[in-house]
Design a protein around this ligand. Structure first.
Ligand SMILES: [Zn+2]
Length: 424
């Protein structure tokens, strides 16, 4: 199974040969040079994408904008599917594998968040300037050089702008992409995050719940003795705080949000929180869920017992599942991982982090489809915060990495065989 950078075997000759041939092929050299020359153009497109609002469950404006960009670059049959994903196909020469190159359209910022990008030198600031406007801009640049240099891949390349990657979107875009069966897909690459030295082999799974406590409420003085929904919530958080989890495989939990009550002088009639649980292992994740959910019920019982509350004036728990992302891992020999490492090697990018995370790749990996997530280049900070920033220094390496990885996986007609194989 996949593990750390230091335990990786050297790249096989077949992969090294593929990259040697790609690097020697003049149109590929020209395309790499074009990507470097167009570094600023790519960043300008990133800025224009970031300035189109794209709140969770409201990605339609950015989807339309991105679809137009794909069409302007000559992609035919660009469509928006029933879930809201933008899909455009750059066809190969035929009979080859089909690879998705994707980035997510959604941001974490609610509708109405002001998005105007400001710039100082190479540093750009705005909510969502990096995550994942960068990924979308990388997709456009890869498409542009494929078209300009007339590079014919053997396999088909599907450009996908996905909806619902963040938070409560719960990967609804990629779940639809794979579950609808509308597209046959043999491999999947997401451009998300910017660190080009990081390669993801596995997916952390997550389970998320909203726990809502409801009780009789009442005046804090006159109705004293009624159980409190907010006190029940506090008991629950105290219990969750004490839960022990294994270090390996890494398993985590947090109460991400909590709110309740209406005023200082009333017993709270309602209180709720959202809980996030994650693990690299589906089994450990299930164990954690089985540990935490009963604590939520116990908290309500203890609050009722404390006040000898009787029906119907008791606090009750309403538990709503709000997220389920599958965990999964793949072999170090996965063609997508080998191709990405080969491309890093060819571009002299050191691999410093070989890791697991939760991204659009989760759905593919859980289905056994080779998949990874690559950084879009540059550096970033304060993600998921209105103070988000992006530094474009040497950011051209991001689209170069994506471009070479894609070519190796799909093959270039007359030059290289695809590293990616077709699934039945
Ligand atoms: Zn992201």
């Amino acid at each position: 199974m996949a593990n750390s950078v230091s335990s990786l075997k050297p790249l096989p000759d077949s992969v090294l040969n593929t990259f040697a041939r790609l690097k020697a092929f003049a149109p590929v050299q020209d395309a790499l040079a074009q990507i470097k020359q167009e570094e600023q153009l790519t960043v300008d497109e990133q800025v224009s994408l970031a300035e189109v609002e794209s709140a969770p469950f409201h990605e339609d404006k950015r989807a339309a904008f991105f679809a137009d960009k794909l069409k302007q670059l000559g992609l035919k049959n660009v469509r928006i599917d029933a879930e809201g994903n933008v899909i455009g196909i750059h066809p190969g020469s035929g009979q080859g594998p089909r690879l998705v190159l994707g980035a997510h359209l959604d941001t974490v910022f609610p509708l109405g968040t002001a998005i105007k990008v400001s710039r100082e030198g190479n540093v750009y600031r705005a909510p969502g300037i990096s995550d994942d406007a960068r990924g979308l801009a990388v997709l456009l640049e890869v498409l542009r050089v494929l078209q300009d240099k007339k590079i014919n891949t053997v396999g088909d390349l599907l450009f996908v702008g996905s909806v619902g990657e963040e938070g409560n979107g719960d990967l609804r875009g990629t779940k639809h992409l794979f579950n609808s069966g509308e597209e046959h897909i043999d491999g999947f690459i997401s451009i998300d995050g910017v660190n080009i030295s990081r390669l993801l082999h596995g997916s952390t799974g997550s389970r998320r719940y909203r726990a809502i406590y409801e009780g009789p409420g009442g005046h804090s003085w006159k109705a004293f003795g009624n159980p409190s929904a907010l006190h029940a919530l506090g008991r629950a958080i105290a219990k969750i705080s004490e839960v022990q989890v294994p270090k390996e495989p890494k398993t985590t939990f947090t109460v991400g949000t909590a709110k309740g009550g209406t005023t200082v002088n009333a017993i709270a009639a309602s209180a709720e929180m959202e809980i996030d649980m994650r693990s690299i292992s589906d089994q450990n994740l299930q164990n954690l869920v089985d540990t935490i959910l009963p604590l939520l019920e116990q908290a309500a019982e203890e609050e009722n017992l404390r006040w000898n509350a009787t029906e119907p004036d008791t606090v009750k728990l309403n538990l709503v599942p709000i997220g389920q992302r599958p965990a999964g891992d793949q072999s170090d020999d996965s063609p997508v991982l080998l191709a990405a490492r080969g491309a890093m090697n060819a571009l002299e990018i050191p691999l410093t982090s070989y890791d697991c995370a939760s991204t659009d790749q989760n759905v593919a990996i859980s289905l056994g489809i080779p998949a990874t997530t690559l950084g879009g280049g540059g550096t970033e900070g304060n993600n998921h915060n209105v103070k988000e920033w992006y530094d474009s220094t040497n950011s051209f390496l991001g689209p170069q990495l994506a471009f070479l990885t894609v070519l190796a996986l799909l093959g270039v007609a007359g030059e290289t065989q695809p590293l990616l194989t077709k699934r039945p």
